[in-house]
Design a protein around this ligand. Structure first.
Ligand SMILES: NC(=O)c1ccc[n+]([C@@H]2O[C@H](COP(=O)([O-])OP(=O)(O)OC[C@H]3O[C@@H](n4cnc5c(N)ncnc54)[C@H](OP(=O)(O)O)[C@@H]3O)[C@@H](O)[C@H]2O)c1
Length: 264
């Protein structure tokens, strides 16, 4: 299927690794120009090389910036002032008991997970509306609707992104601009793969056995009973970013393998 993204420009925050990288590479494979972002210059440079090796000739621009800060968001806007697609993918997440999450940590999570998307959308939405064309996507989480009590600050900010996406979509009424959110579930990014390898070395269990145990004990409601790959999540984001998804607006679309026991 041709997603009709050729020649379009897509900005993906937090894209030197994980789901963000898979989304960026997916855009490049579809012939889109892509702007990748991360805080660490070396990691971002490596991601750019990896992307160019995967998609020779791809047009890839890298912006080193922490989008959780006003300066970082401004730097990203300056590097890519006009985009057809904005993917607010970046997120902080870490297990932390509720009682131990300080005010500073709550504020940092809001800055990185919510305010980054607010700042970039504030710049890009008006331009998209003026052009009557564009896509804004928020990468949220199953934890937005199934509260993850082991990292409540993460869960709450992920719920906020759903509200933000829906609210921004309301501002697109009668136009060809759409704003949607995607809810990934457990996904085997480089970080998760490394954790599985470490646990495998410690326990003597294979990665497959560890995965089966994780889903049986920690995610029993998952219908796929396995981790998604970043590419599988990226596929949905790419579709929603494409002109083919013109009638999906203001939606929270799940890519979580059925973990959330809900008909909607
Ligand atoms: N993985 C999962 O199982 C899962 C499940 C549900 C939802 N999600 C969601 O999917 C999205 C991506 O998650 P992921 O697991 O792919 O993340 P990841 O593997 O940890 O990758 C995070 C990427 O973001 C960059 N980054 C982090 N903080 C940044 C900041 N403040 N400014 C700019 N770049 C930043 C990192 O590079 P630097 O460190 O160099 O900045 C890296 O490139 C997140 O929104 C997450 O909530 C993931």
């Amino acid at each position: 299927m041709d997603l009709q993204l050729r020649g379009r420009t897509a900005l993906v925050t937090g894209s030197s690794a994980g789901i963000g990288y898979a989304i960026a590479e997916g855009f490049a494979r579809e012939g889109a120009k892509v702007v990748v972002n991360g805080r660490d210059a070396e990691r971002l440079g490596q991601a750019r090389e990896r992307l160019l090796a995967a998609v020779p000739g791809a047009e890839v621009t890298g912006v080193v910036a922490d989008v959780g800060t006003a300066e970082g968001a401004a730097a990203v806007i300056e590097a890519a002032p006009e985009v057809d697609v904005l993917v607010n993918n970046v997120s902080s997440f870490e297990l932390r008991p509720f009682a131990e999450i300080s005010d500073e940590e709550w504020e940092r999570y809001f800055r990185t997970n919510v305010l980054s998307g607010v700042r970039l959308s504030r710049h890009h939405l008006d331009r998209m509306l003026a052009r009557n064309s564009g896509r804004i996507l928020f990468v949220s989480s199953d934890a937005a609707v199934d509260m993850a009590v082991e990292m409540l600050h993460y869960s709450v900010t992920k719920t906020a992104t759903l509200a933000l996406a829906r609210g921004l979509a309301e501002l697109t009424k009668g136009t060809r601009v759409t704003v949607n959110a995607v809810l990934p579930g457990p996904t085997v990014t480089e970080g998760v793969a490394g954790m599985l390898d470490g646990a495998s070395a410690q326990t003597g269990l294979t990665r497959d056995e560890l995965e089966a145990r994780f889903f049986a004990e920690n995610r029993p409601t998952s219908l796929i009973q396995r981790f998604a790959t970043p590419d599988e999540v990226a596929n949905l984001v790419l579709y929603l970013a494409s002109p083919l998804a013109a009638i999906t607006n203001g939606a929270a679309v799940r890519a979580e393998g059925g973990v959330v026991r809900s008909v909607l």
